[in-house]
Design a protein around this ligand. Structure first.
Ligand SMILES: [Zn+2]
Length: 173
């Protein structure tokens, strides 16, 4: 099992079954704890994938990174409230990059039965990236530029989670 699946399982586990299993999971939790000190955003991102109640903390950490990036790269999104709305939209997409109406299946399911092609994603199961219009910035930021900001923020989140998992692996040895 890959490190991210093992760590999700260990964080979820409330009922540790064997001593050997227990030791491994405790090692993993300890290693991830050490990694989270130097990779706070990555740790928050990882936890939030498992349990969305951690989303507010993740968004707070991502906001400061996004605001820093926006200032240093002179983004056209400058106001703090706009950057916060941007972060919330990107964070929501990052957590659920698939069509939320059909859960990425592409078909509308009623009970156990797949009925029709999902009318929201037209059967693709995907969801479009957030747009400037979604957060009311269409008059000030063109689509090409906005999509570049979105991709940078998504890459930042992916990079943080990868950094956290690599560090956890390195601590485990
Ligand atoms: Zn759909």
């Amino acid at each position: 099992m890959s490190i991210d699946l093992r760590l999700h399982a260990a964080q979820r586990s409330k009922n540790l079954q064997s001593i050997a299993h227990q030791t491994t999971q405790i090692d993993l939790i300890a290693a991830s704890g050490i990694a989270s000190r130097s990779n706070r955003m990555g740790a928050a991102a990882f936890r939030t994938l498992e349990d969305q109640r951690f989303a507010p903390e993740l968004i707070r950490l991502v906001s400061s990174a996004v605001i820093g990036k926006a200032r240093s790269q002179r983004w056209r999104i400058k106001r703090r409230d706009e950057l916060l709305a941007f972060t919330a939209a990107v964070g929501a997409f990052w957590l659920k990059p698939y069509c939320t109406h059909c859960e990425g299946r592409g078909v509308a399911v009623v009970g156990q039965l797949a009925r029709d092609i999902c009318p929201h994603c037209h059967g693709t199961g995907t969801r479009p990236l957030p747009t400037a219009k979604d957060i009311g910035l269409q008059d000030r930021v063109d689509d090409v530029r906005f999509q570049r900001y979105v991709r940078e923020a998504l890459l930042c989140l992916d990079g943080q989670i990868n950094g956290y998992l690599s560090k956890t692996k390195a601590v485990l040895g």
